[in-house]
Design a protein around this ligand. Sequence first.
Ligand SMILES: Nc1ncnc2c1ncn2[C@@H]1O[C@H](COP(=O)(O)OP(=O)(O)O)[C@@H](O)[C@H]1O
Ligand SMILES: [Mg+2]
Length: 255
Amino acid sequence: MIEVNNLHKSFGDVEILKGISTTFDKGKTNLIIGQSGSGKTVFLKCLLGLFDYEEGTISYDGKIFSLLSEDEKRNLRAKIGMVFQGSALFDSMTIAQNVMFPLQMFTKQSKSEMEDRVDFVLKRVNLDDAHKKMPSEASGGMQKRVAIARAIVNNPMYLFCDEPNSGLDPKTAIVIDNLIQEITDEYQITTVINSHDMNSVMEIGEKIVFLKNGLKAWEGSNETIFKTDNESVTDFVYSSNLFKKVRKMYIEENE
Ligand SMILES: Nc1ncnc2c1ncn2[C@@H]1O[C@H](COP(=O)(O)OP(=O)(O)O)[C@@H](O)[C@H]1O
Ligand SMILES: [Mg+2]
């Protein structure tokens, strides 16, 4: 579980995160949603330890990050997997080499142990015969699956994904969302996913934190988001006509 308490983050004079407090649960897909520019990526980078912040604390299973020694911080980083926007694979490495990279960085495993682990995670994301391919030879959906395999190869306790299905067609996007949710449940990972996609909200929004202008404007789940009257949330959710219709049906059914 990750606990965030009163997180403030500025760039120069501009405050981007204005005091966010929330929790992200283990074994669940926790979504951070909100309009473009609401602070999702900045928040995720603070969680990853990539950005410093002026105020507030972030605890990983009870340990406050800023109070850890450099060694402890390094150990924690080894337990974090990440899937960046646009996959961010190394173009000059094969798919297998991409997936093996974190093992080479963070472990002292033998070559054959690493190869076995790479085989296992590539199978897990349904890419049995892609080892020797270059990323440029893989479709967008395949590249995401490689990025997920790479993110979980070192058995992470925490998994962070920034817009993992951006640029994918809706069907492939759902496959990727479901894969992340299955893996989260299977290995009991604390997973945090940035999204502005209502399909993801409905599919995998076990916990949802809604950001608006750097503040948490609402939190709940995919079961409660359609019931809230919070205007910022309804503006976001019903910006699509499809969901306006879903809401109308929901209200009629419950009258
Ligand atoms: N490195 C940076 N330096 C200055 N401002 C930044 C930086 N990164 C993000 N911002 C600003 O922070 C705000 C939130 O950005 P971001 O977290 O990327 O939004 P989102 O991911 O929700 O679309 C934006 O106004 C953006 O311009
Ligand atoms: Mg972003």
